[in-house]
Structures are given as C-alpha cells and as structure tokens.
Design a binder for this molecule. Structure first.
Ligand SMILES: Cc1ncc(C[n+]2csc(CCOP(=O)(O)OP(=O)(O)O)c2C)c(N)n1
Ligand code: SF4
Ligand SMILES: [Mg+2]
Length: 321
C-alpha cells in the first residue's frame, strides 16, 4: 500500500466519502483482489470480509502464498480449473497446515524471496484438528502468519460443534445446546511467547487493518483470531453479521486486544474498551437461531467478567515493569 491513502470524490456528486476509514481503491491495491468474484461463499460470510481486508493490508507491498486446510475457505475458490483466489494457494490436510506453511516459508527464505506465507484456517482446523502442528510451529517461532477465522462450528460439513462453539449454542452434535464453554485460543497461542497475537473485529476496520498490516510485516510466528459470522450455521440474517460482531465487542463477549512479546517481555494492550452492556448481549443471542433454546445471561456475564479479570491482570503486570 502507498503511505498516503486519499479518498476519491464521487464522479456524480463530488462528495468525498470515508469508506473503510478512508481506504478507497488506490495505487497500492493489489492488481486483483485476494478474493475474486466467482467465489462460492454464502452471502454475509464473515470470512469474505477477512479475506478482503487481508488483500487490502497486503496491497502491492507483500507477495502472498496461502495454505488452507479443509474448511469453507478451501471450497471458496469454486471448481477446478477456476480459482477465486488471487494468490497461490496450497490445500493442506487439517493436521499438516502449519507444517506445510513452515516449509513454504523456509523455502522462500532460502531463495531470498520476500514472500509472506499465510495459513488461513477455520476454528475446527485450529482449535481442534490442526492444534499439534500449529503449536509446534509456534514453539519454533517459524516465520508464519496464521489466521483463524472463527465461526464457532464445523461449517463446511453441516455445523457440528468445535471446541470454539460457545456455551448454549445448538449445533448438529449438540442439539440441546453446548454444555461447556469456548476454548481460550488466544491465551493458548500467547503462551507460546510468539511475537504477535491479536484478536480482530470485522466491525472495527481501522483496528483490524492495522493489525493485519503489523502481522504481515512482523517476523516470526504471528497468530490472528477473527470472529467470523456464519449466517448459515448461526441461523442469522446475512446482513446482520457486522452488527452481531459489534454487539459481541460492546457486551464484552469478544475481547479485542493484542499481545506483543519476546523471550523477556510481554505487552498486553486492550484495543477496544467494552461497555459490558447486557442489552447488547441479549440482542446478540436473540438474533441467532442457534441460541433459540435460550441462554442463561447471568451465567454468561459471569464468564465474561472472569475472562476480563484475567486479561486486565495481564495488562497490569505489564504496567508494573
Ligand atoms: C481429518 C479430517 N477430518 C474431517 C474432515 C471433514 N471436514 C472437512 S471441512 C470440516 C469442517 C471444518 O471446520 P472449520 O475448520 O471450523 O472450518 P469451517 O468449515 O467452519 O469453515 C470437516 C470436519 C476432513 N477433511 N479431514
Ligand atoms: S457456511 Fe458459514 S463459513 Fe461457510 S461459507 Fe457459508 S457463511 Fe461462510
Ligand atoms: Mg468453523
């Protein structure tokens, strides 16, 4: 991307509209987007937004190679010989995605290429099936950007529960509502002391684009978590996705923060302060059919409070240095 991004005036009315925090099409954009027309994603899929923002963040500055395990993201390109991806993609098995990414990154380095390798996987591939190689790659601090788009189910196979599925959500394998909560993937990844771990909200473009740009330029292992609405699995309106994410952030359900660290230091920054409002929490659950059996809001609020206490403790420890 060019350093200076200027808005362009509308051809008919002359007004300058700040789209995506002022990032309209500009000379620094990729000649073709990462997510091309003809992709097979459902309307309102949060994963499409993530791919478009990754494309914007990479711009013409970064040459990308992608590794995608089984998930909706590997079905996105459509049928061979077409591809809706505007970058080379290796389709990997669940268990090998991070290892394949490490191999590509090491070959690029040996060849002196400035290629940024991105593993792009769902929650099933990340929290569950790909965890062993993901953890191993993080422990070795490989030069890899791993992005997990988290729709809180195994979406591509019809909506089974994953260890990211939240308490109370009905899935095809938890028809009465899930009885345990969600795994804390950001804490798990940050515990590997990798250089950069962050959560992104698709309702907050400026913060998310900054994090994508930072993750693309940082060396070593970087892990980004993007909460990704899935209207098909969540039984929600396709147009409601961004508002649902905003409600999750405002209510405190989805903490937006980043962790920068090396072997001796850890800096935890909360990027968006939630209002902790129960109204947003209730609307969030009401708008999704997967919660139609009802959720216990006080119980969920107690879990949110616990998570925030532990997150704030980490920022305080950091301030005491
Ligand atoms: C080892 C293995 N187990 C199961 C499958 C079948 N499978 C393909 S996609 C998928 C769901 C993936 O879920 P997630 O990673 O969350 O991505 P999403 O489909 O939600 O985009 C499963 C179980 C497989 N391809 N390989
Ligand atoms: S099933 Fe969900 S994650 Fe998969 S393409 Fe459709 S909306 Fe996106
Ligand atoms: Mg999923």
């Amino acid at each position: 991307m060019t350093d200076e991004i200027t808005n362009q005036a509308c051809g008919s009315c002359g007004m300058v509209e700040p789209v995506l925090e002022g990032r309209l099409q500009n000379d620094g954009d990729r000649p073709e987007p990462l997510l091309r027309a003809g992709n097979t994603n459902c309307g309102g899929c949060g994963m499409s937004v993530v791919l478009n923002w990754l494309s914007l963040a990479a711009g013409t500055k970064h040459h990308l190679q992608m590794v995608i395990p089984a998930c909706c993201g590997i079905v996105t390109p459509g049928r061979f010989p077409n591809s809706a991806y505007g970058a080379p993609v290796v389709a990997a098995t669940f268990a090998s995605a991070a290892s394949v990414g490490c191999g590509l990154a090491q070959v690029a380095e040996l060849n002196g290429e400035d290629t940024r390798v991105v593993c792009f996987a769902g929650d099933g591939g990340t929290y569950d099936i790909g965890m062993a190689t993901l953890s191993a790659a993080a422990e070795r601090n490989e030069d890899l950007l791993y992005i997990c788009y988290d729709n809180e189910i195994y979406g591509n196979t019809g909506g089974q529960r994953s260890s990211s599925t939240p308490l109370g959500a009905a899935t095809t394998t938890t028809p009465g509502g899930k009885t345990v909560g969600k795994k804390d993937i950001l804490a798990i990844m940050a515990a590997h002391r990798i250089p950069y771990t962050a959560s992104l909200s698709i309702a907050h473009p400026a913060d998310s684009l900054r994090k994508l740009e930072k993750a693309l330029t940082t060396k070593g292992f970087r892990f980004l978590h993007v909460f990704s609405p899935c209207p098909t699995g969540w039984k929600s309106e396709p147009a409601a996705g961004i508002e649902l994410v905003r409600q999750a952030v405002v209510s405190g359900l989805l903490p937006i923060f980043e962790v920068e660290q090396d072997e001796v230091d850890e800096k935890v920054t909360i990027n968006i302060e939630p209002e902790m409002c129960d109204e947003s929490l209730t609307s969030y659950f009401k708008a999704q059919g997967r919660f139609k059996l009802g959720v216990n809001v006080p119980e969920i609020r107690a879990g949110i409070t616990r998570n925030w206490k532990s997150l704030r403790r980490r920022t305080i420890l950091d301030d005491e240095d």
